[in-house]
Design a protein around this ligand. Structure first.
Ligand SMILES: C[S@@+](CC[C@H](N)C(=O)[O-])C[C@H]1O[C@@H](n2cnc3c(N)ncnc32)[C@H](O)[C@@H]1O
Length: 263
């Protein structure tokens, strides 16, 4: 199982649900019992708890992350393929960025359908279509190179997005499938937060690429990987210099899709 740090999840979900219109197909205002599977630190679970009058329960296979989510909603440790709940005991079962991490998402969605009496939903990104604009021109092209290699080297489909998730839902036997786009826009501009400064420092050390070496080498040769790291570090130093002058600006859009299907 791919592991995520609590810091990574907090950082990448920051501001994601400031606007909640794309959750309208989940009928949150009339739900009684909602399950968030693969809830991680509870970034989605706390949004669901704010939007529904019903109870929200979080489940994840990683107890370190669940200990954070427990601050917001009741949690039960469990595997998405063998949920520790009886049939039909939730009226909405939902996950966010879980299916893209599973080798057999159809099997998992069938299990979600077993424990739901009404609706199953998945909020999944298409990681091949992330866009980056930056005042450091190399950042856009290097991000694209790293992303293409990462997508090619990952052994699950991290590009599911809307179309891929619809196919998974159809294969799992769900009906009345709907999809709403939810594009998560993230901007970095002055005044920079401590998180922005940390992210710039990580670029200057190319730590993110080091962490992903096993995935990137394969699609990239070892030499191409080292070249990418060298160029990435140079780009990171340019980001840090621009930040010191308050000149750095970056805009990223991660396209997520809210897909829902009936039992
Ligand atoms: C990318 S994170 C998403 C976390 C959270 N849903 C969010 O969007 O912030 C994927 C989560 O799925 C969990 N996970 C991965 N495989 C799982 C499985 N088979 N059963 C339950 N949880 C799983 C991971 O521990 C992690 O918390």
């Amino acid at each position: 199982m791919r592991e995520f740090s609590a810091d990574y999840l907090r950082r990448t979900r920051d501001g994601m649900w400031d606007s909640r219109e794309s959750l309208s197909n989940l009928d949150l205002d009339s739900r009684q019992r909602v399950l968030d599977i693969g809830c991680g630190t509870g970034e989605l679970a706390r949004v669901l708890a704010e939007e529904t009058p019903g109870e929200v329960v979080g489940t994840d296979a990683d107890p370190r992350l669940l200990s954070v989510a427990e601050e917001f909603v009741p949690c039960v440790a469990g595997d998405a393929h063998r949920l520790p709940f009886p049939d039909d005991c939730f009226d909405l079962v939902v996950c966010q960025a879980l299916l893209i991490n599973l080798p057999d998402p159809v099997r998992a969605v069938r299990e979600f359908a077993r424990v739901s009496s009404d609706l199953v939903a998945a909020i999944e990104p298409d990681n091949s279509s992330v866009s980056v604009e930056s005042t450091v021109p190399a950042e856009r092209t290097l991000s694209r190179r790293a992303r293409e290699a990462y997508v090619a080297g990952t052994n699950t489909d991290i590009t599911l997005g809307g179309e891929g998730t619809r196919e998974v839902f159809r294969a799992a036997g769900l009906d009345g499938i709907t999809t709403q786009p939810h594009h998560h826009a993230k901007t970095v501009e002055p005044p920079y937060s401590s998180r922005d400064v940390e992210a710039a420092k990580r670029k200057a050390t190319a730590d993110a690429l080091t962490d992903k070496r096993d995935t990137l080498v394969g699609p990239l040769s070892p030499d191409e990987y080292e070249d990418l790291r060298t160029e990435w570090r140079e780009m990171g130093h340019a980001v840090v210099s621009q930040m010191q002058e308050n000149d750095y600006r970056r805009a990223e859009v991660v396209p997520f899709y809210v897909t829902a299907g009936r039992i």
